[in-house]
Write a protein that binds this ligand. Sequence first.
Ligand SMILES: *Cc1c(COP(=O)(O)O)cnc(C)c1O
Length: 386
Amino acid sequence: MAATQYFFSPGPTKVPHRVACAESRAMVSHRSSDFMDVFEEMTRDLQEVFQTQHDLLTLTCSGTGAMDATVANFLNPGDKALVLSSGNFGSRFRDICQSYGVDAEYMEFPWGEAVDPEAVRRCLAQDEEHKIKAVLMQHNETSTGVFNPVEAVSRARGAHPAILIVDSISGMAAVPLKTDEWNLDVVIAASQKAFMTPPGLSFISVSPKAWEVQAASTQPKYYFDLANARKYLAKRQTPATPAVSLIYAMGEALKMLKETGLEQVLADHAFRRDLLRAGIQAMGLEPLAKEDCASPAITAIYAPPGIEPGRITKLMSRKYQAAAAGGMGRLKDTTFRMGHLGYMADLDIVGGLAALEMALLECGHKLELGAGAGAAQKLMMERYRD
Ligand SMILES: *Cc1c(COP(=O)(O)O)cnc(C)c1O
């Protein structure tokens, strides 16, 4: 039996023992005051991580459900939306818009690079009639391992009234984001990425300006009617039965985050990214993302020429018990990914690099065993110097 599970999935991520224990607490009614206390505390702690005073709604569904809900509540059929994309999840927002009859203007940037706020500024400046009602973007693009300049995009709107909707599902609690300070209208997160909680909950913060937009919503919806969720939030409840156990789990995960401190948690993520990048570069591999936009949450890595990325991840996972992820979309045949978000230790990265080295060697890539792991060890010793 393996003592340690090396798990580099970009989500779901590893669930700490404390969180799993909280999840298994005895069931209560979701209309009981005991539950309402837990729900209220979770919501308050979550607002601290979002860095917002806005209403923060909890939905029982995965992150895509929350993306769906934002389109259904903040965009009407025939509305124009500017969808920024530099990877696989950008196209998901476009597809959701299209399924709701929203006219999505799709602005795509090279995969591996961040979206360009200047292009957003130009596009919105040309929209003199204010036809564009919302700008949609990812905070952290999980397919490419790039984080986007959300604050700069928000500012690039200038006086244009479009609301900004940010998918921070893989970014929240891993990559810095300040909802109120950056003037973000709608921000989405989910339980199973940096929040160390099993999948099944998602979260949406809504600014007063976005609520005004929502009040004029004509889009058909029922389960995802956010005005109804807001009404129940005021009573410390949700309209329908929520995933009670996951809310217990999430509450505990947020306590752990608070104990460490958000700043420290973010710094730890950035350091694990640095460890991984130093390690792969020392073994002759290239990350997809450039240094200035390299995600603290996940790294996409080019497979060496002539080696199928699927072979590398299969060897890593099945033989050496270090679960990495495949490439996404058009990157499937050239890249693989290693997540470093959530409940992880720096030493996990050293272990993952060691597994990667063994897998690469077996695939015929020339390298010295220990080259990558050693580079990470050196960085670790510098950080841990007394
Ligand atoms: C994981 C992820 C999603 C999808 O979330 P699900 O919980 O799988 O529905 C959406 N956007 C980004 C950026 C993600 O990383």
